[in-house]
Design a protein around this ligand. Sequence first.
Ligand code: CA
Ligand code: CA
Ligand code: CA
Ligand code: CA
Length: 327
Amino acid sequence: MKSILRIIIVLQLFTTPGFSQQVPAVEENIPFLVTFGKEGEKSWGDDDFSQTYFFVIPKFQVKPIYIRVFDAETSAEFDEKKGEYNTKTKFSVYGGKESFTCKDVRLKDPAGKYKSGNLLATKTFISSEVYDGEWYTFGPFNPTEGELVTEYGGYIFKVIAEGISGDDGNLYKYFLSSSPTENKAIEGGNAFTFEYTFRLSDSQKDVAHLYPYIEQNVYSVRVSNFDFDNDGAVNIVSMVKKGELSKASGDNVWENTTHLIVEKEKKTTLDVQFIKNKKVPIKNNNVTLYVTNQYGNLLPIYTVPIGGAPQRNSKIQFEQKKKTTPY
Ligand SMILES: [Ca+2]
Ligand SMILES: [Ca+2]
Ligand SMILES: [Ca+2]
Ligand SMILES: [Ca+2]
């Protein structure tokens, strides 16, 4: 009985009610991840034609897991066409020793041994309508096939999406599932990336939320965003900050802003918000974001914010300060 109680408490600690394990999560207001074929134009928003995601499986998960990809191909619905569709995207799942802890994994560009670890599964998707608007399932994987990294909460699987040819944008989503045929969340599971290339919502009312985690040793962060096309503002909210603007990028350029981190913000999550402008509608906007600490090391950007999203926790103060904040 005692052990059952303990399990329940652990579960409650790890899960944030209301957050799904779709990547991007519904709560992020980000419709899709984006990876272009490597002959693509960087000015369309993807700076390096490669995206690496990490899936965290808590140690108490013993049953097999599945990593599902929605619309893994590039054609017809959801994708971004340039000329004819001719893009191939390779999805590869890695686990085992050094698949996460190899230092080259924590780079903003695909370089060195970023494909470290054991290749567990791979598939290349062409412009084929077979997988258009459908889920493709990788797995089953035994959780222990990942790399155990205790400070990140369990076994980690690495998924690399690589635009190996073509020039179109592949839009897709992931789901970390306990089922091969449907999306069933894994209790306490999470996902994160070190560099996030994504599609913004077309709706001018939507605000995208990205959740970098501030580790204990961080006293300043540098927020870098690429190709936001002057579509609005980049705003930082934390347990302490009620809104602090970061410079927003224009077409095909990076902008970087340094923000100081105070004691209360350590071991909490920042909410990096992309707030679209209300005047000119900009559609099909792809953007890239990464965040580094004072040593230039990348911070993990989580799907489910660790400890909860700060704006929810500071909502009361937020309401009171309405007149002085920009929204
Ligand atoms: Ca498609
Ligand atoms: Ca093309
Ligand atoms: Ca697609
Ligand atoms: Ca863009």
